[in-house]
Design a protein around this ligand. Structure first.
Ligand code: MG
Length: 384
């Protein structure tokens, strides 16, 4: 079979780097046709030299940097303007969306509209516009295979089963950095302390969201959209070892779980090779060494973000867009040391409650709600 032509959006982030490790291991399976990054030009330059993509999208400073350094046939594109066109090209088979933030929305929609295999690690797009994306994917026969470990697990547990026999999804959560930190200490937590995640090495924004469990709440909304579930069909289970990546229960009481070591190459590679599987090259899991797997109920009082997300999921419409934008602004303010960790949730909640939800929004209304929420959150945070 011909090689799969892959575009990697966000190639210098942790998902992008791991995607390229998968590609590097299987040069007969994959060919990189496009890379995009925001501003890490040094790493991007190395990736260009190694993978020789036809297209590279970067910001204006980056294009300046590459002006005399880039050799033909690689063509420079704008990361802000050209991604929709890049992923829609007829020679593109699969698109890995590793870039973070709402900026992924337009290329994501373009990829599904053009019937591609889409492997999203990006949460924001599915949270704010999951219905639009998944409806378009169904209409245009695009295959959306999530890369997020939990969503990949659910996707895998649904394979070969009858959807009508599905009872519920058990979405697992490692519990983040603060699982065993009492809420009385939340006030004094520094950025550095929050960024030490016990199980996964990820970007800063998502690590903060893991600490508040906002990340799990986003995954709750994401799972609803990806798998077309009802709200009462998803239950969040805390599982600190993060060995089970999620489970699916069927009508007869059988529960199918997907397990594995915490390495993103597994879900990334699965999304790219689906429905087949190839050796990822990791050490086999040693269950005896692991000893035990633990589970607990999430503490919704300690982590109110999780209940807020479920409320927002119930409201639907423009509500998830507002939630996502407010959280992004509040977390950014925290990472800049402008607010305390314990200020994140109250700011986000205030904006979500203040918003007048528009049901069944189109893309422009979703983006307008996003914009409104950002401005309002900044006003609340910086007392403008
Ligand atoms: Mg996850």
């Amino acid at each position: 079979m011909a090689r799969k032509n892959v575009v990697v959006l966000g190639s210098t982030g942790s998902i992008g780097i791991n995607t390229l490790k998968v590609v590097e291991r299987y040069p007969k399976e994959f060919n990189v046709v496009g890379l995009s990054a925001y501003n890490n030009v040094k790493l991007l330059e190395k990736q260009i030299q190694q993978f020789r993509p036809k297209f590279v999208a970067v910001n204006s400073k980056g294009r300046e940097y590459f002006r005399d350094r880039l050799k033909a046939p690689t063509k420079m594109l704008s990361v802000d303007q050209d991604l929709e066109e890049l992923v829609a090209r007829t020679d593109v088979h699969a698109v890995v969306i590793g870039m973070r933030g709402a900026a992924a929305l337009k290329p994501f929609i373009s990829a599904v509209r053009n019937g591609k295999i889409v492997a999203p690690a990006n949460k924001e797009a599915l949270v704010i516009a999951g219905e639009i994306i998944m409806n378009s994917a169904r209409r245009n026969k695009a295959t959306v295979i999530p890369v997020d470990s939990e969503q990949s697990a659910i996707f895998q547990c649904l394979q070969g089963q009858n959807r009508r026999e599905l009872k519920r999804v058990l979405l697992t959560a490692s519990g983040g950095t603060l699982l065993n930190v009492p809420v009385s200490q939340f006030n004094e937590l520094t950025v550095e302390e929050i960024l030490k995640h016990p199980r996964w090495k990820m970007g800063q924004k998502i690590t903060v969201d893991s600490a508040t469990l906002m990340n799990k709440g986003f995954e709750f909304i994401e799972a609803l959209r990806l798998f077309d579930l009802d709200i009462d069909q998803i239950e969040v289970v805390i599982h600190p070892e993060a060995i089970i990546h999620s489970m699916v229960e069927y009508m007869d009481g059988s529960i199918i779980a997907q397990l594995g070591v915490t390495d993103m190459r597994i879900p990334i590679q699965y999304a790219l090779t689906y429905p087949k599987r190839l050796d990822v090259g990791l050490k086999p899991m040693d269950f005896a060494k692991l000893g035990s797997l633990n589970f607990q109920r999430p503490d919704y009082k300690k982590f109110p973000s999780l209940s807020l997300c479920i409320d927002v999921a119930r409201q639907g419409g423009t509500s998830p867009s507002v939630l996502n934008a407010a959280d992004e602004e509040a977390v950014e303010a925290f990472l800049k040391h402008d607010i305390r960790f314990s200020d994140i949730y109250p700011a986000v909640e205030k904006i979500v409650r203040r918003h007048k939800v528009q049901p069944k929004p189109n893309l422009n209304q979703i983006l307008a709600a996003d914009q409104w929420a950002r401005e309002e959150t900044r006003k609340v945070i910086y007392k403008l």
